[in-house]
Design a protein around this ligand. Structure first.
Ligand code: NAD
Ligand code: ZN
Length: 352
């Protein structure tokens, strides 16, 4: 779990005093910042670089790759003699995952791809701080960093992955475009649905999942919730949703969305929405709620993505989805293979 967290409007300004005691002589703090903030003078003025600290803008255009992590680590190692005092990620799930992965790879040999899987990391990561600027993924609280590698899209799941400190300032999410707000927010809603309806469910996951689920309903279905309140609630829903899956698993939507992402590069939030829209058979009550939310907020959910795929592409998509065994076990139980056959998956994909 994340051992330290601050929450509240404007708490981003505490960053300086949070970092100060962690500073090691001659060792810089490296700030990885979403390049959507490149022109945002207000935010940049609030990041105080000292000594040899460095700020790197990173694009969230594409989701993080193992090769990208390796390159950032190589650049840091060649520029600085001392291992950084810390890595600070400021952005959405993409940048938060990069920050986690870079902090791990600064103290572990080889490529990030060598550590995709469960509990493969040997050494403690460099001190790392997560500061979300969009809410929903739960990446700020989770024990994984999801990376696309040479053979698969899979997380580095380890005890060294979670942030040492998280700064939750709902004001930082002002300015997120509406569709993106919805897609990433739905990632949280879908985490709850998949956790609460999964066979791995237990009291720990349920307690967090139910809270996040209720918050999502309030945020996306109640009319007249003030923006300020809605931002704070979504930030906490994301946190609780992340905690819920930490001790259970995600399900059908995530498994299928990973397939889409691998073959077509479809991003996580929107990919989950595209898939979830067609999963009434598995999550009837919640797909109906989802459709209501889509309508209420007038959101575009793309269709026809898979209609022109080649047989080979469809097969890869199916292979990737089926390789995520724990997700299927959670969603459909021990005998999932008799329910989710290749034909069944194909039939679902071509509808999307
Ligand atoms: P994202 O980080 O990809 O960002 C989405 C878009 O929103 C980007 O264009 C970004 O620039 C923009 N944005 C972010 N903050 C903004 C702000 N304040 N104002 C304006 N624009 C802003 O989106 P995401 O949905 O948060 O993250 C998706 C990633 O998270 C995927 O790579 C996925 O694999 C990962 N993920 C990780 C976990 C985990 O537990 N580690 C869980 C779920 C998803
Ligand atoms: Zn997700």
């Amino acid at each position: 779990m994340v051992p330290k967290v601050v929450f509240g409007q404007g708490c981003f300004d505490q960053l300086g005093s949070i970092l100060a005691p962690q500073r090691k002589d001659k060792a810089p703090f490296i700030f990885l910042v979403d390049d959507v903030f490149k022109q945002n003078k207000d935010l940049l003025d609030r990041i105080h670089l000292r000594f040899n600290d460095k700020l790197l803008f990173v694009s969230a255009e594409e989701e993080p790759k193992t090769t990208q992590v390796d390159q950032i680590v190589k650049d840091i190692k060649s520029e600085f003699t001392y291992k950084p005092s810390g890595i600070i990620g400021i952005g959405g799930g993409t940048v938060l995952d990069l920050a986690k992965a870079v902090s791990i790879m600064l103290t572990n040999k080889g490529s990030a791809a060598d550590y995709q899987g469960w509990d493969l990391v040997k050494n403690k990561a460099v001190y790392h701080v997560g500061i979300p600027t969009i809410s929903g993924t739960g990446a700020e609280v989770s024990r994984t960093t999801v990376l696309t590698g040479p053979v698969r899209k899979l997380g580095i799941n380890s005890d060294f992955t979670p942030f040492d400190q998280v700064v939750l300032d709902p004001e930082l999410t002002i300015g997120v475009p509406k569709n993106q707000w919805f897609y990433t927010g739905m990632d949280c809603f879908i985490h709850c649905v998949e956790s609460l309806n999964g066979t791995f469910l237990n009291a720990f996951s349920q307690s967090y999942g139910e809270k996040a689920y209720d918050l999502c309903k309030e945020i996306f279905l109640d009319e007249g919730l003030p923006d300020e309140e809605s931002r704070g609630k979504l930030m906490m829903a994301s946190w609780h949703g992340g905690m819920s899956i930490a001790y259970s698993q995600v399900g059908v939507a995530h498994a299928m969305s990973y397939g889409l992402s691998y073959v077509l590069g479809t991003k996580h939030g929107i990919g989950n929405c595209i898939v979830f829209d067609h999963l009434a058979e598995f999550y009837p009550k919640d797909v109906a709620l989802f459709k209501k939310m889509v309508k209420q907020h007038n959101i575009d959910i793309p269709t026809g993505l898979c209609s022109n795929l080649s047989e080979a592409q469809l097969n890869t998509m199916i292979d990737i989805a089926l390789s995520l065994v724990p997700l299927w076990e959670n969603a459909l139980g021990e005998h999932w293979e008799t329910i989710m056959t290749r034909d069944k998956l194909k039939e679902l994909y071509i509808k999307m």
